[in-house]
Design a protein around this ligand. Structure first.
Ligand code: ZN
Ligand code: ZN
Length: 200
């Protein structure tokens, strides 16, 4: 184990197993903001410009050791990412793609402890700042490192596809690449509109 995963009430526990296949980013996109707002965790999750700090890796690198029955899932739209959270205390956990063959998970910092320095020490510092057009307040951050970061992620996905590592994922029913372990709830139009509102 290199880093522990926990929801804020502690019922859901897990680990990131390895420092390999890691990319760190801050995503300012309106969808990541909406996810935090939907769970009413915007104050905990979003930085002053609406950014979400994320540790990106492959699902094979994640184990849940306790309380996995608390994992729940929403989608902002029919075709959106699967956005996972702990139903016990509404802690955002992370995002996966709907097709497990595309092996990717972005873990939201809210399940990775409050010590940012520990994340830096373990995984290296953040090198990718993306979708800054959706950032709020003046002095918006600039998009940085998105090209190299995206290449790194595509490399992880491709490698997992070639080695078959994509099959090891705690987010999908075993042997399936299209059935998540929790049925995703797609937000209604009203829920989405509410979540998208910048309440700054
Ligand atoms: Zn919890
Ligand atoms: Zn985003």
């Amino acid at each position: 184990m290199v880093h522990s995963i926990s929801c804020s009430c502690g019922k859901l526990q897990g680990q990131i197993k390895s420092v390999n296949n890691i990319n760190r980013c801050v995503c300012y996109c309106a969808d990541c903001q909406a996810f935090a707002r939907y769970l009413n965790k915007q104050e905990k999750v979003l930085d002053e410009h609406g950014g979400t700090s994320i540790v990106q890796t492959i699902p094979e690198n994640i184990v849940f050791s306790q309380g996995i029955e608390n994992l729940a899932c929403i989608r902002l739209s029919n075709r959106g990412l699967l956005r996972w959270y702990a139903a016990c205390c509404h802690t955002p956990i992370g995002n996966t793609l709907a097709d497990a063959k595309l092996s990717f998970v972005g873990l939201v910092h809210s399940c990775l402890g409050s010590d940012r320095h520990l994340l830096d020490e373990t995984f290296g510092s953040i090198r990718m700042y993306q979708h800054t057009a959706d950032a709020f307040r003046s002095n918006k951050p600039r998009t940085r490192g998105a090209f190299l970061g995206t290449l790194r992620i595509l490399g992880m996905i491709l490698k997992a596809r070639l080695t078959g590592a994509y099959k090891n994922t705690p987010f999908f029913v075993s042997e399936s690449t299209s059935t998540p372990i929790a049925t995703p709830k797609v937000l209604s139009e009203n829920e989405l509109a509410e979540a998208m509102k910048v309440k700054d």
